[in-house]
Design a protein around this ligand. Sequence first.
Ligand SMILES: [Zn+2]
Ligand SMILES: [Zn+2]
Length: 126
Amino acid sequence: MTIRRMGHNSCTICGGRLQRIHRTFRERLSSMAKLRCSECARITSVPRRFTFLFGKESRCLSCGTYSVQRLVRRDHVDRLSTHPFSIISYLKGGRVHWCPFCRLQFYDRRPPLPKAAAIRRTAEEI
Ligand SMILES: [Zn+2]
Ligand SMILES: [Zn+2]
């Protein structure tokens, strides 16, 4: 699946504006964002995981929350992500971040958002 630069905001069929629509609990678990075209009503699913890698702030590679914490050092109890993003971030000098929901550690060069902002942003996007 290719995601075009404009793909997040406009319909690939008619070019109409895409609007985020409500998802069922099941769909939330499968990490898909749903968008509906305001013109032709076509519904597109976007794998949210893909969108986590962009943006200026750190977010969990698994669940997408912004409420991640920067660790002083790697914890050897919780698992460490083998996602290519984490590996590349590590090689480029990224710091260890930890998601309290997934108990997943990953490397990221982006700073985590302050707590209040992280909760707000997560509520808006997930
Ligand atoms: Zn359309
Ligand atoms: Zn997570």
